[in-house]
Write a protein that binds this ligand. Structure first.
Ligand code: NAG
Ligand code: NAG
Length: 276
């Protein structure tokens, strides 16, 4: 009973999200644009300003903000980045002059999700006026992947962001989660760890069957940046076994093909019925 209700809720959540998104998107009153990005990647929050005012403003003064923070401001060559967004946001000057005030975001974090608004500030030094330009909702997703690696080879896991702090693993056989790597410990390690960070990737050396399972890279808040389901496969077979396997697949294909045909035609007829 208990598990049943949780699983049905888990199904409902994405549906509710979709509904909320499409509802907001189709509402004639709201002009909110939705944009999304995987955590650690780039995002562009769209914005144009020339259509709103004459092409007169020589030094456009643009502001991007959230409800609580100033994100970015640019007056000509001078720019300001909010503390939480340092070195991660920009409105390139050349583009701004052409009327494109889109906010370029790099290394997007979960905490960046939310509503952003852009404004154009016009007028002389004394009397300034803010013209609302665009409202953008940024959604940030984690990464979910599957990977298979040959036994004896190294497993490479993308970290996506420098905010990756911890790698945890749960074996396919259970036993719960164990910590394989932690950035803070990495700094004063002395070569005992099986996991190393190499050029933005975590490398698990020489995997074996017992390394099959789920790997999660977590940020400092313990949120999963990525979840990778890894299966460790047997090493590439030698020539003799390849020949043997080829023969056996041939025989199994010829046995299976009639039933495959039946399934295919059943699917096809179902499709045609649907179309009618
Ligand atoms: C602004 O520039 C970005 C990046 O080049 C582009 O993706 C976007 O479509 C541009 N917007 C407009 C309105 O031209
Ligand atoms: C490795 O680190 C531990 C504790 O940090 C230390 O006790 C040990 O001597 C170190 N080993 C080497 C080979 O540096």
């Amino acid at each position: 009973m208990e598990t049943r209700s949780t699983s049905s809720w888990m199904c409902l959540y994405p549906i509710m999200w979709l509904w909320l998104i499409s509802y907001a998107g189709s509402s004639p009153v709201s002009s909110v644009v939705h944009t999304w990005s995987g955590v650690g990647l780039q995002a562009i929050l769209p914005c144009t300003w020339k259509s709103r005012v004459g092409a007169s403003s020589q030094l456009p003064y643009i502001q991007w903000e959230t409800v609580t923070d100033t994100v970015f401001e640019r007056i000509g060559e001078r720019s300001f980045q909010g503390e939480a967004f340092r070195n991660r946001v920009d409105v390139p000057m050349e583009m701004l002059e052409e009327g494109n005030c889109s906010l370029f975001f790099t290394d997007v974090q979960f905490g960046d999700a939310g509503i952003y608004e852009s404004y154009l500030v016009v007028g002389q030094t004394r009397i300034k006026k803010r013209i609302f330009l665009q409202s953008v909702q940024l959604l940030v997703f984690d990464h979910k992947l599957r990977s298979s690696v040959e036994s004896g080879k190294d497993l490479y896991l993308e970290t996506y962001t420098s905010h990756a702090e911890t790698l945890v693993f749960e074996s396919s056989e259970g036993y719960g989660w164990i910590e394989l790597w932690q950035r803070s410990k990495e700094r004063n390690k002395n070569g005992t760890s099986r996991v190393e960070e190499v050029e933005g990737k975590l490398v698990v050396r020489s995997v074996s069957a017992s390394d099959s399972g789920i790997y999660k890279v977590l940020d400092a808040d313990g949120l999963a940046l990525s979840t990778v389901r890894v299966s460790v496969t047997d090493p590439a077979p030698t020539k003799a076994t390849v020949v043997f396997e080829k023969q056996s697949t041939f025989s199994s294909v010829s046995l299976n093909s009639p039933s495959l045909c039946v399934t295919a035609s059943l699917l096809l007829s179902a499709l045609i019925l649907n179309l009618l």
